[in-house]
Design a protein around this ligand. Structure first.
Ligand SMILES: [Zn+2]
Length: 314
């Protein structure tokens, strides 16, 4: 480690070794396919080491990495080109000077949530709440364009990672290991959410304009084969998704009447009995939704199950 202006940074050697090590883990865990993903690590107030474009993260050697000047994004050491996704990394460092490393990959479950437009913000796992917090989805942006860094900018100071709509996951931390552990936690948390019932079953498909932009990029890369997939007319991934938890139904307020506060129920910003303030989400009661009593619903369920069993026995 080296200290510059009272801030500790990894040395060039340590940073390159760590990036290669994390790249192998990323590849072995199946977070990336082919040459996907990228990793960067700060080694001074204005310098980072980063992965180049066009190499598998599982098979990198120190000579492949590039040293970048954060002030202008130019390569100052190394003879390869940086990834076009480096713009995202530069933006995280710019928005949050405390960040020392950034990792990006396309882990399967988290990316599926990013495609479905479902943010990771269910309070179901203490580790996830403490170490990760909620993980919003930044709205869709064409990979490689300036829109991508713009889409993640609002979250760089307030969150530890973000899903990129129809793309993947991005995380950051005080060193390259913390950034990668957060990426691992994002995928772990997404997998738990999937197992507990969010078997996804929905997807925001790319719009025809978004597909057109990608076909243009493909042509510029000299790729003339591959066909064009069907697309939707209107883009459905243009909004950020900060919370996928359904809001409780609004209560009718009568003018001039003080609202009733029920036991166990707090309004926005009120102490909810744990010394904290926040939104309390009441589970919807079936009886309230259907207008039937609990006993009537149980009778109905027993009746239907009995009917199904007897029809299955015929
Ligand atoms: Zn990517």
């Amino acid at each position: 480690m080296i200290t510059i202006q009272n801030v500790k940074y990894m040395s060039d050697f340590e940073a390159k070794k760590a990036i290669i090590d994390i790249g192998k883990r990323m590849y072995i865990k199946g977070f990336v396919a082919a040459n996907d993903g990228n990793i960067s690590c700060k080694v001074g107030p204005n310098t980072i080491w980063a992965t180049p474009t066009g190499v598998s993260k599982g098979f990198m050697t120190p000579d492949m990495l590039v040293k970048i000047d954060l002030t202008n994004g130019k390569v100052i050491m190394g003879n390869r080109k940086p990834s076009s996704e480096l713009k995202m990394h530069l933006r995280v460092y710019e928005e949050n000077p405390e960040v020392m490393a950034v990792t990006h990959a396309h882990p399967m479950v988290a990316t599926s949530f990013a495609i479905a437009g479902i943010s990771l913000d269910r309070a179901v796992l203490p580790e996830a709440v403490v170490q990760l917090g909620s993980v919003p989805i930044a709205h869709y942006a064409t990979p490689g364009t300036q829109e991508v860094p713009d889409s993640i900018a609002p979250y760089c100071k307030t969150h530890n990672g973000v899903l990129l709509a129809n793309h993947g996951a991005l995380s950051w931390g005080k060193d390259v290991f913390e950034a990668f552990y957060r990426l691992e936690s994002i995928e772990y948390y997404a997998t738990i959410l999937m197992y507990i019932g969010r078997i996804i079953g929905q997807a925001n498909e790319l719009s025809c304009n978004q597909v057109d932009d990608l076909i243009n990029i493909r042509q510029k890369l000299g790729i003339s084969s591959g066909g064009i997939p069907p697309c939707t007319l209107n883009a459905t991934n243009t909004q950020d998704v900060v919370s996928s938890v359904p809001s409780p139904k609004p209560e009718v307020q009568l003018a001039g009447v003080t609202p009733l506060v029920r036991p166990g129920k707090a309004s926005e910003g009120q102490d909810i009995g744990c010394g904290c303030t926040g939104r309390v989400i009441q589970p919807p009661t079936a009886a309230a939704d259907t207008g039937k009593t609990k006993e009537e619903i149980i009778c109905e369920v027993v009746k239907r199950v009995t009917e199904q069993i007897s029809s299955g026995n015929k």
